[in-house]
Design a protein around this ligand. Structure first.
Ligand code: HEM
Length: 122
């Protein structure tokens, strides 16, 4: 369903100057809590996947979402976002978190460079 155009943003945030309308997105909604507007400008490059890996032997589906984010500074960007979501996001009622991992990921290659060069030669 399209959002009303008032205030110009999807969140109709009370912090938008001149915005006096009530929020059109619930205050505990995932997209509102995860938005840059709610997190002091923090943004991440993210990608979600679904997986289905059969059943667990008792007929329960082994399935769920698989989430990847690329960030320069996980402590400053990912962690505060994840903390806000795990404390307040109404979606948490439906989730069981099974495990995180952090990987160092060298930047892409330019002409004449090799993979990991910036890391190995710094
Ligand atoms: C079960 C796990 C999750 C589900 C089902 C989910 C689902 C969604 C959906 C449907 C949207 C709106 C559509 C879109 O912009 O792609 C969204 C937006 C977003 N999600 Fe998630 N998400 C999950 C986990 C996470 C996690 C773990 C983070 C980061 C810690 C995150 C960060 C974001 C951000 C930053 C947005 C964009 C907000 C904006 O547009 O301002 N999500 N998510």
């Amino acid at each position: 369903m399209p959002l009303p155009a008032r205030c110009g943003t999807r969140g109709c945030h009370s912090r938008i100057p001149g915005c006096s309308s009530p929020p059109v997105i619930a205050t505990a909604a995932h997209i509102r809590l995860a938005s840059a507007e709610s997190l002091g400008g923090v943004k991440i490059l993210r990608r979600g996947y679904n997986f289905v890996d059969g059943t667990d032997g008792q007929g329960r589906l082994d399935a769920g979402p698989f989430f990847i984010a690329f960030v320069r500074d996980p402590a400053r960007r990912f962690v505060p976002m994840q903390r806000t979501l795990s404390n307040n996001d109404v979606i948490m009622e439906y989730l069981e978190h099974t495990g995180p991992a952090v990987f160092a990921c060298p930047p892409g290659l330019g002409p004449g460079s090799y993979w990991g060069q910036a890391l190995l030669e710094s």
